[in-house]
Design a protein. Structure first.
Lengths: 396, 129
């Protein structure tokens, strides 16, 4: 396949509707109900009727065959469905698959959906089986895996716990501007707050780890010709790519280099844009170490240089890089699989700057004139990496 | 490999059987003369099936390490590390003989077969010097 073939997907499809539901606490609601609410609200946002949906894409930690269960619940008979489960990045790969199916003419309207009520029913919920050759040692997955990567990163690049904490401080500052964020009312974090939080798996403490919340989300996708006729501003998929090279952290070839190096490179190539062109950067920050690794692996700086890049709140609201502008998994929402929320934020920023009403933010919470966003998803233990590049109509 | 697997065991069970016999065995492709872990039916990535089991030297180096915090009544804090074996592959294991949060990356360690929750397990001890 040559580069022209790869570029065939650029701008061919768009997200025309989105919604979230039950983020934070949704006790009394099931994961399916939260997911279905998200789908109906996203279709309302698009102005598309339920019976036009012929492609269903879903994953949760509550349904082993999520696309089938969701289709049944909605009362749909999809012509194409995909419930691929590659962890929290699943939805960004569903978006790639949906784009392929739409472009091939297999389907006309796709929904990509997720729902979780983990917080209401007792805490972090995983569908992951015990890993052979690891489970015996009783790692606290997934935290232990990310702690192993963080420790190695500190060793190789001289990073400190303070450097990790800077990521959590900036994420909270964004959350303070976002009324949707779970920690919106909780006030700012200091580096000292992060360092003194309860240790979980060294070097990661409680505030190096993402929130545990309920929540669901959905996006609606169509081909770009149809997208022009929908209710709100379509945001176009300009690039998408995925890669993974391990499932168990003990098999990770290099603890400080993720497959985002490859997924990012190919997604940016497809889009025709560079990292520096991105107006907003939405990264899957399940742990503070993620943001450092992904800023480097996606090409926003060289390996080891994210330590400097995140200093002085440079990825916060007053900084030079607009990273995780909703507050991230660290301070906005994390129902167990966060991928669809990086997608929502990437697209909401572009719709807001296009004049759509996608909610209120405090001053500085919306990025003026944003035209391009990168949404990066991570799954497993720094395992699956999927990168999507989104743009407004004038970007292609 | 014959289609009918009756009467034989897969590499995972074979590994555990060796452990029960007090042996830490890892696999090597004869043609590549390269080791790998974890045990598999063929060499990862290139698919060589000319595999043999070789007893590991047990020598390793700490590649990364964590202290997993746990309540004292549940057994207390414990170490969990990734160890690079002298033969090349990396594996997860616990390192003992040092406070769980006092282990350093680069530390030389030596494997022994111990018991963890009633199952044989590879545990590494810190080598002095």
């Amino acid at each position: 396949m040559n580069q022209n073939d790869i570029n065939n997907l650029k701008g061919k499809t768009a997200v025309v509707g989105l919604a979230e539901s039950g983020c934070g606490i949704a006790s009394g609601w099931s994961a399916m109900e939260i997911m279905a609410n998200s789908v109906h609200d996203a279709l309302d946002d698009a102005g598309i009727k339920l019976n036009e949906v012929d492609g269903v894409f879903a994953a949760t930690a509550f349904h082993s065959m999520a696309a089938m269960s969701l289709s049944e619940y909605l009362g749909l008979k999809p012509k194409f469905a995909d419930g691929s489960q590659i962890g929290g990045s699943s939805f960004l790969s569903h978006i790639l698959t949906a784009a392929l199916a739409l472009d091939a003419g297999l389907i006309n309207v796709a929904v990509v959906a997720y729902g979780s009520n983990q917080k209401s029913i007792g805490g972090f919920k995983t569908i992951s089986e015990a890993m052979p050759y690891e489970a015996q040692y009783e790692p606290r997955m997934p935290v232990t895996a990310y702690a192993l990567a963080a420790k190695r990163y500190m060793h190789e690049f001289g990073a400190s716990r303070e450097d990790l904490a800077n990521v959590a401080v900036s994420a909270r500052d964004w959350a303070l501007l976002n009324p949707r964020a779970y920690t919106h009312e909780k006030g700012p974090l200091s580096v000292e707050d992060v360092l003194s939080a309860r240790p979980i798996v060294d070097p990661l403490g409680k505030l190096d780890c993402c929130l545990v919340t309920d929540g669901g989300a959905a996006v609606v996708m169509t081909r770009s010709d149809r997208a022009k006729d929908t209710k709100n501003t379509p945001i176009y998929l300009l690039g998408a790519a995925m890669e993974h090279h391990h499932r168990m952290v003990s098999e990770m070839p290099d603890l400080v280099r993720t497959s985002a190096i490859d997924s990012g490179k190919r997604a940016f190539e497809m889009s025709g844009y560079k990292p520096a062109d991105m107006d907003t950067i939405q990264l899957y920050d399940a742990f503070t170490i993620n943001t450092l690794l992904f800023l480097e692996d996606l090409g926003f700086c060289k390996k080891g240089e994210a330590i400097e890049l995140v200093k002085n709140n440079n990825i916060g609201p007053d900084g030079t890089l607009r990273v995780n502008t909703n507050g991230g998994g660290l301070s906005c929402v994390h129902p167990g699989m966060y991928g669809l929320f990086v997608t929502l934020e990437a697209i909401r920023q572009l719709r807001n700057s296009s004049g759509d009403d996608v909610g209120k933010r405090l001053e500085g919470g919306w990025i003026n004139n944003a035209k391009l966003s990168v949404a990066h998803g991570n799954g497993g233990v720094l395992s699956s990496q999927v990168t999507n590049i989104w743009g407004v109509s004038e970007t292609f | 490999m014959p289609e009918n697997l009756k009467g034989s065991v897969g590499p995972e069970q074979q590994f555990k059987n060796y452990l029960s016999q007090g042996k830490f065995m890892i696999q090597r492709s004869k043609s590549l003369n390269q080791f790998f872990f974890h045990p598999r039916v063929a060499f990862p990535g290139t698919g060589e099936r000319d595999l043999e089991w070789v007893e590991a030297s047990g020598n390793g180096i700490v590649h990364s390490t964590t202290c997993n915090r746990r309540l004292p009544e549940k057994g207390g804090d414990f170490n969990l590390s990734l160890i690079t074996l002298e033969e090349g592959p990396r594996m997860m294991a616990r390192v003992e003989g040092v406070e769980p949060d006092k282990l350093d990356i680069g530390q030389k360690v030596k494997a022994r077969i111990s018991d963890l929750n009633g199952e044989p397990a590879i545990i590494f001890d810190v080598l002095q010097g």
